[in-house]
Design a protein around this ligand. Structure first.
Ligand code: 13P
Length: 253
């Protein structure tokens, strides 16, 4: 079984004091289930401190972004090896906020995906359509293009060690959630695209849903066969909400 991954994307939020309180509560309330993994992705300045706090808790650490370059004259950037060095296991690549606000192309995202794996880390590849694209019936075409850019760069075998997050842009931070049926349809499609390359790899890859996941909609989403957890923004900053989402996943196993 694939198990569940519940990933908190803290985005550009927090402080030493707030992180410490949040982590104390998450650590105290984390479900003890072998099939549920928790992951937190704080902003860069806090990675080392959060890594220290997470030691021996079983909760994984991830980063929200990374450079596609290995080292050198890239002012303000962070290399994948540095993220490995401070204790990250996962790195989010291609979040829609980076695609839309920072202008990251699918090719750049693919280069980051490759660089993350080269450093021994697991990429969490975000894909998903905007409201306009969904209304134009282009959802599958959009996720196909976003996936193809990565598959062209690294091949299907790289997905043996990767996570995919389907995040419909219209559901992010809006309180609008894809219905479980809408999400499952796209997740099934993503798995089929991967299965065309390798069935076993497609069967093993975790596909997370992201977009206004909350305690009260998590079970409905996660009970679908192709939804293997969540990439959670707003609710990951509220310990009771994040733990309710984790508990919903644990109860399904
Ligand atoms: P929200 O959960 O706040 O909608 O954010 C989703 C997201 O973008 C996670 O990466």
């Amino acid at each position: 079984m694939r198990g569940y991954l519940l990933a908190g994307n803290w985005k550009m939020n927090g402080s030493n004091a707030a992180d410490s309180e949040l982590l104390d509560r998450i650590i105290a309330g984390a479900p003890q289930s072998e099939s549920v993994e928790l992951l937190v992705c704080p902003p860069f300045p806090y990675l080392s401190d959060v890594a220290a706090r997470l030691a021996d808790t079983g909760i994984a650490l991830g980063a929200q972004n990374v450079s596609q370059h290995g080292s050198g004259a890239f002012t303000g950037e962070t290399a994948p090896s540095m993220l490995a060095d401070v204790g990250c296991k996962y790195v989010i690549v291609g979040h829609s906020e980076r695609r839309a606000i920072m202008g990251e192309s699918s090719e750049t995202v693919a280069a980051k995906f490759k660089a993350v794996q080269r450093a021994g880390l697991v990429p969490v590849l975000c894909i998903g359509e905007t409201k306009e694209q969904r209304e134009a019936d282009r959802t599958e075409a959009v996720v196909d293009e976003q996936l193809a850019a990565v598959l062209d760069e690294v091949g299907i075998s790289a997905f043996a060690n990767a996570v995919v997050a389907y995040e419909p842009v219209w559901a992010i931070g809006t309180g609008l959630t894809a219905t479980p049926e809408q999400a499952q349809d796209v997740h099934r499609h993503i798995r089929e695209v991967l299965a065309a390359g390798d069935q076993a790899i497609a069967d093993g890859v975790k596909i997370l849903y992201g977009g206004s996941v909350k305690g009260d909609n998590a079970a409905g989403l996660f009970s679908n066969p192709d939804i293997d957890g969540g990439l959670i923004g707003g609710a990951s900053l509220k310990p009771a909400d994040f733990l309710a989402i984790a508990a919903a996943a644990a109860a399904l196993h």
